[in-house]
Design a protein around this ligand. Structure first.
Ligand SMILES: Nc1ncnc2c1ncn2[C@@H]1O[C@H](COP(=O)(O)OP(=O)(O)OP(=O)(O)O)[C@@H](O)[C@H]1O
Ligand SMILES: [Mg+2]
Length: 541
């Protein structure tokens, strides 16, 4: 396990007979204070010294008259805590509290700020700051942070290090963007990067190393250097043996979080068991032209995005998500046509690898391209505005022109989330990837958090919401359909025949017959809901 002690320069002690106002308590805090990165996340467990670090870092340039620092907090308790810490640190430096900010003798100011809702953002518009600190940054959605960074600047030649410092525990609504921007979507404890950092698409980052390739969750570049420093309770000498011993009596997951700064199982995550290695390479699932395939769509425009997924069901009933597409500001017709024309891709996320085209044969010797049975869409898409056609109506027309029927998904957020949870946990619903990078769906689902009703919390304006919704409609609709049990039964029968020593030719013949029967039954059951014309299975040669 990577430990902070082996990575950071050892903690320097203050010179003899010098009594500093504040001094880093451990090597990690010291590394954070000295970091040259423009954006830094000091992240990890409660008691790691994060709040202390923010208050101290803000005053590093207090002798520069042009320093304008803004230290943001979210709750009133934090305000009290910060006020006390700041008073103890800043007053000995000659700072006085005036006009709602700390003013240093040089003219430098440190202003505490409050940010709990989007409406609070207005307060910070038009007032550039050269240092931005956000305590508990995981409590903020990505768009808020991006807005705040827009005002991070200093006058030319001011001699200030323009930077933003974030302090946060894992989890909460900011989990997704913090994982993406600072951690390459992987927990630094379970996917530690070797010092040479030669497997960037498979590991987290090297602590304290500066990176300049970070991207936001939509893959647009951050354009600033980033560094992650784990804040670990074990590094804090104020927490003695007793505290550590009491921690050892906690469950393993909690121990890993508290002691080592694990970012898995974070508080509040809905699908807390998901790990990157649960996403399987698409090439290994054996997708075949005769498997059932279907499409799922959650359409949005403007504030939300349009998300679509392609699903392939293996003969033993496992639902694989094989393709995905996310688009912003695309009309419903164009989105549906795009899916039909392009066979899903391209997605507008530059780091997604190419996806196999579903309009083509999977293998050159296949008799046909993959069978796509239907397209499932959010029920809400069938709401009519004015006299025009609903989004559902418009899109299903496009799909039916392409031989694909459309059905509506069940809208039960809490139930859908639970069903998807069970599916993913039991590997009955499996995400696939085409490249080394994780699919967008993984990023979306693994960062969803629980809301008050025990469903998945809605975060408006985040594409992850739409990607998650689309996946939950897909899996729930499939699970409720009558097709799965029949095929599962068939698969079991095949296994039984193998055990009993039947030869493969006989098994194949029985399987084809049974498959035909199932399809006929499906056809009968689905009559009435405009489904695709049934494709005949080819005759055995
Ligand atoms: N450099 C330091 N000098 C003295 N005390 C420190 C220092 N750093 C941290 N501490 C002490 O360690 C304890 C935890 O620090 P702090 O509150 O900053 O942690 P935190 O990571 O913000 O925790 P939480 O996640 O609960 O907010 C506090 O009692 C604080 O006073
Ligand atoms: Mg704190």
């Amino acid at each position: 396990m990577t430990t902070a002690a082996t990575l950071y320069p050892p903690l320097e002690l203050p010179p003899f007979d010098f009594e500093p106002i504040w001094w880093p308590i451990n090597a990690a805090q010291q590394a954070a204070i000295n970091s040259k990165a423009e954006l830094l996340l000091f992240g990890g467990q409660s008691g790691g010294g994060k709040t202390q670090f923010l208050a101290a870092d803000a005053m590093q340039e207090c002798k520069n008259p042009r320093l304008r620092a803004l230290l943001i907090r979210t709750t009133l308790e934090e305000q009290q805590e910060l006020e006390d810490i700041q008073q103890r640190m800043y007053e000995p430096k000659g700072a006085r509290w005036k006009d709602n900010r700390w003013r240093f003798p040089s003219g430098a100011t440190i202003r505490p700020g409050y940010l709990a809702h989007d409406k609070d953002l207005r307060r910070y518009q038009g007032n550039p700051y050269s240092w931005l600190g956000i305590d508990e940054s995981g409590q903020h959605p990505e768009h808020r942070i991006r807005f705040m960074l827009g005002w991070l600047a200093a006058p030319l030649g001011a001699g200030l290090r323009v930077r933003a410092r974030f302090a946060s525990n894992p989890g909460d609504i900011g989990h997704g963007w913090q994982m993406k921007v600072f951690l390459r979507n992987r927990c630094p404890v379970h996917y530690p990067a070797p010092l040479e950092d030669d497997r960037p698409s498979e590991t987290s980052v090297v602590p304290d190393r500066r990176y300049n390739s970070a991207c936001w969750t939509d893959d647009s570049p951050v354009h600033k250097t980033t560094t992650f420093i784990p804040a670990r309770l074990v590094d804090n000498p104020l927490y003695g043996r007793e505290k550590l011993e009491s921690l050892l009596s906690q469950s393993k997951a909690i121990q890993q979080q508290l002691l080592y700064g694990c970012w898995c199982n974070a508080a509040g995550l809905y699908f807390d068991f998901l790990r990157p290695d649960m996403v399987v390479p698409y090439a290994t699932i054996g997708d075949s032209w005769w498997w059932q395939h279907f499409i799922s769509i959650d359409y949005g425009y403007g504030n939300s995005t349009a998300a679509a997924g392609m699903y392939a069901i293996s003969p033993n009933g496992v639902v694989f998500k094989t393709r995905e597409r996310i688009e912003r500001k695309m009309s419903a017709v164009d989105f549906a046509k795009g899916i039909c024309k392009d066979g899903f891709g391209p997605v507008d996320f530059p780091y997604q690898g190419p996806q196999a085209n579903w309009l083509m044969k999977l293998h050159p010797r296949d008799p046909d391209r993959p069978r796509t049975s239907f397209c499932v869409m959010d029920e809400a898409m069938d709401q009519h505005r004015g006299t025009g056609k609903s989004v559902f109506g418009v899109m299903s027309e496009v799909f039916s022109e392409n031989g694909i029927g459309s059905i509506k998904a069940a809208h039960d957020p809490a139930g859908n989330a639970q069903v998807l949870y069970n599916g993913l946990a039991n590997k009955l619903c499996v995400l696939t990837r085409d490249s080394a990078d994780l699919p967008l769906t993984y990023r979306a689902i693994s960062s969803r958090i629980v809301d008050e009703r025990k469903a998945v919390k809605k975060i408006h304006g985040a594409w992850e919401d739409d990607s998650y919704d689309e996946t939950s409609y897909a899996y729930n609709t499939w699970r409720q359909s009558s097709e799965k049990p029949a095929r599962t039964e068939l698969q079991e029968a095949i296994q039984q025949m193998r055990r009993e020593g039947y030869d493969e030719t006989t098994i194949a013949r029985i399987a084809w017959q049974k498959e035909r029967q199932i399809q006929e039954e499906e056809h009968r059951a689905l009559k009435g809901i405009n489904l695709a014309p049934r494709r005949e299975l080819p005759r055995r040669r």
